[in-house]
Design a protein. Structure first.
Length: 135
């Protein structure tokens, strides 16, 4: 009887593991691709931002749910940023979790017909970013 219970437990554990692997994020084909900044407007810490504030700013989504955020500010000596993470799409929303070094952050974007929007309204930070799918 003990062997039967152990076998059932092992079988159950293996099944749970297989279900977990099968539920890995897969993004719909319409989401997959590279998106470039097409609009930026707002204020961050008293500084106005527009799309001219960036040399480039892009979001890259892979079918397997991996994502990359890349940007470089405009101007001499401007800093570059790159973070890798994961994306989950559901009901017109993309939840993007990126990790850079030891910090991790999850942001929620809206998706509609090839355009991704991100809006922040917090103390000292008010901005809207729009990204359009690159051809």
């Amino acid at each position: 009887m003990k062997k039967v219970l152990v076998s059932m437990f092992v079988c159950f554990a293996v099944c749970l593991g297989l279900v977990a692997c099968a539920n890995k994020a897969v993004l719909p084909a319409e989401i997959v691709g590279r998106y470039e900044l097409s609009f930026a407007s707002g204020i961050i810490g008293g500084v106005s931002i527009t799309e001219d504030s960036y040399e480039y700013f892009e979001l890259i989504f892979e079918k397997n749910g991996t994502a990359t955020v890349r940007s470089k500010a405009s101007g001499i000596g401007a800093s570059e940023y790159e973070a890798k993470g994961t994306a989950v799409y559901e009901d017109g929303k993309i939840k993007l979790t990126t990790t850079n070094g030891s910090s991790s952050v999850t942001e929620e974007y809206t998706y509609n017909d090839g355009v991704i929007n991100y809006r922040v309204l917090e103390e000292g930070i008010i901005f809207t970013l729009s990204f359009t799918k690159a051809e």
